[in-house]
Ligand binder design. Structure first.
Ligand code: 4NP
Length: 160
């Protein structure tokens, strides 16, 4: 039991239907497996508004399901200025997402804004590539990278 409030994490990509919902579900699952559910609140959003209220991409859902992720209940939303007050960590999938987040970040926000893969230095990648216009291997790559980052986040942030 922890007396401190949960750490709040927001995963961010462009559309909020492929990468960031996968990253959200992956971190939630790994925290659960580590017995750390009560230490964490995780959500996701997109920098664009193309898919507001949409469920995740069916390919992302299908690939995620094979690794035990539950994503069907998630709905797309766009990142907002309030997110910078609410979340402790705002984690971008790629450099474009990061630049957009830093552009809209309100003055005085204490949220830590970073690339998700800064928590997976051993992965040898800085960005989680957008799988939207590609094939199955892109969705598997998203799962591999988000799994590595979730492990790193739990080790570095949640266990400290
Ligand atoms: P995501 O993938 O940013 O990982 O959710 C995309 C989803 C939709 C689009 C682009 C990327 N789109 O152009 O609609």
């Amino acid at each position: 039991m922890s007396a401190t409030r949960p750490i709040r994490v927001l995963m961010v990509c462009l559309g909020n239907i492929c990468r960031s919902p996968t990253a959200e579900a992956m971190l939630r699952k790994k925290a659960h497996e580590a017995g750390l559910d009560d230490r964490l609140e995780v959500d996701s959003a997109g920098t664009a508004d193309y898919h507001v209220d949409s469920p995740p991409d069916r390919r992302a859902v299908a690939h995620g399901e094979r690794r035990g992720l539950r994503m069907q209940q998630l709905r797309g939303r766009q990142v907002s200025r309030e997110d910078f007050e609410r979340f402790d960590h705002i984690l971008a999938m790629d450099e474009d997402n990061l630049a957009n987040l830093l552009r809209i970040r309100p003055r005085g926000s204490h949220a830590k804004v970073a690339l998700l893969l800064s928590f997976a230095p051993e992965a040898g990648a800085r960005e989680v590539p957008d799988p939207y216009y590609g094939g199955a291997e892109g969705f598997e790559r998203v799962l591999d990278l988000t799994a590595a980052a979730a492990d790193g986040f739990i080790a570095v942030v949640l266990r400290n």
